[in-house]
Design a binder for this molecule. Structure first.
Ligand code: ZN
Ligand code: ZN
Length: 444
């Protein structure tokens, strides 16, 4: 673009229209100013990727040990930082962290995981509904849990779910739907429900299922309906042909459902109305799809996006680039690093980071000039803990208008020297709007 010959066309044009280049020169400068403004954002959320020092790789983190030229290029050409996604010392869940990253205060708008799981499998909760996440499980006739995941059942869950969905208990409608593998969602709909009830799921095997208890006087009806539903589900599921067949093959039967994590939906202003950006979201796991749906994102289904270690990263990135032409913001969640963290598998985490990086390098070649790219995480999932931690996450943003600091490695330590250090998760969208020139001036 800086080469006037390339811009103005060939020499012949200039000799014929002698004066035109001067006139156009002003127009060109103007157009450069316009193009200086970033207009779109590609946001890659690497679930649980940040970590802690790992002894077997010389006290480096998996990110420090991995070969990742794509990530490093983003921070070298842009800005780095580390941030507490929700707050200092708060261990984020994936759902609450994503809410924070999209500018919503999870302390105000989150009352449990259930409604997000429900939205993820396509059940639109109405205000007043109470939603639970559930597992299909195997229990014995004393209601003792033999297998919390019913042998990680994969097939037949749709038939099982249908057989216990649609019943009415004391005037309350029961909606039950399968999610991935042994997971499912229960939604109770009717008058006088309240989410403040305890779990049926004992969260461990060889324990009897628990009786759901009201945790507030208003929740007596809800706890009662949950307990009646669980008993009815047991009777119905025992007779289901899917289970008869599993029993004949010696597989654990899915004869029980274990509700937990009750929640109700709070009214939320949609992301687009709130921030003026048209958003799309890509995720394999239903919980994150649910967050996208509840915030009013267009949720894009991508073939091969499994939410597992085998997810098709290239397919997700390709879909993200495609949707960036029709949306202002495309957010992509890649769950695989979190899974490696929960598995405590450092080598696998490094391998996943390198696999994501290979895909990212292609994205960087194809990303339109007016797009910002941000790489970040919802929380850390250190392999040493096999769980989420409160450690801050690293972030890098590149694009027109973003300051360029001296950070050239995308990792938990190097990024702490970057200009974005100190940003919190809920500040991110505000920062992006500022870079895009969409922030309003406060004062004279
Ligand atoms: Zn997560
Ligand atoms: Zn996790």
């Amino acid at each position: 673009m800086n080469d006037p010959v390339a811009f103005f066309g060939n020499d012949d044009d200039r000799t014929i229209y002698d004066i035109r280049p001067v006139v156009i020169l002003y127009w060109q400068c103007d157009s450069i100013v316009v193009m200086m403004k970033a207009e779109k954002l590609l946001m890659l959320i690497l679930d649980g990727m940040p970590d802690r020092p790992v002894p077997e790789i010389g006290m480096k983190t998996p990110l420090q040990a991995a070969r990742k030229p794509g990530f490093d290029r983003i921070v070298t050409e842009g800005a780095g930082g580390i941030m507490d996604v929700i707050g200092t010392g708060i261990v984020p869940g994936s759902d609450t962290a994503h809410l924070a990253l999209f500018g919503y205060d999870p302390f105000r708008c989150y009352s449990g995981r259930g409604p997000f799981e429900a939205a993820g499998v396509g059940i639109e909760c109405a205000p007043g509904d109470v939603a639970f996440r559930c597992n299909f499980a195997t229990v014995d006739d004393k209601m003792k849990v033999i297998d919390r995941r019913a042998g990680r059942i994969k097939e037949g869950t749709s038939e099982l779910a249908k057989s216990i969905s649609g019943m009415k208990i004391d005037g309350i409608e029961v909606i039950f739907r399968e999610a991935t593998e042994h997971r499912a969602v229960l939604v109770l709909r009717g008058k006088g429900l309240d989410p403040r009830v305890s779990d049926v799921d004992p969260h461990e095997e060889n324990s009897r299922i628990l009786t759901s208890k009201p945790l507030s006087p208003e929740a007596v009806v809800t706890a009662d309906v949950v307990n009646k539903f669980v008993q009815e589900a047991y009777r119905t599921l025992m007779k289901n042909p899917v289970n008869l067949e599993r029993a004949s093959k010696g597989l654990p039967v899915a004869n029980m459902v274990l509700p937990r994590g009750a929640g109700t939906l709070r009214e939320l202003q949609g992301f687009r109305e709130r921030f003026g950006l048209k958003p799309a979201g890509i995720a394999g796991v239903s919980l994150i799809k649910g967050v996208f749906r509840i915030l009013g994102f267009d949720t894009i289904d991508v073939k091969g996006a499994t939410g597992g270690l085998d997810t098709d990263i290239d397919a997700k990135m390709h879909a993200a680039l495609k949707n960036l032409t029709t949306h202002d913001l495309v957010a992509v969640n890649i769950k695989a690093p979190d899974i490696a963290g929960h598995d405590g598998n450092c080598a696998q985490k490094i391998e996943i980071i390198e696999r994501i990086d290979a895909s990212l390098q292609t994205v960087l070649k194809e990303l339109p000039e007016e797009a910002l790219i941000a790489v970040l995480s919802d929380h850390s999932t250190p392999v040493s803990l096999r769980n989420h931690s409160a450690d801050p996450v690293c972030i890098a943003i590149r694009g027109k208008g973003v300051r360029i600091d001296g950070v050239n490695s995308f990792d938990e330590v190097s990024c702490s020297q970057g200009v974005l250090r100190g940003m919190r998760g809920k500040d991110l969208i505000g920062y992006i709007l500022g870079i895009m020139g969409r922030a309003e001036k406060f004062g004279a």
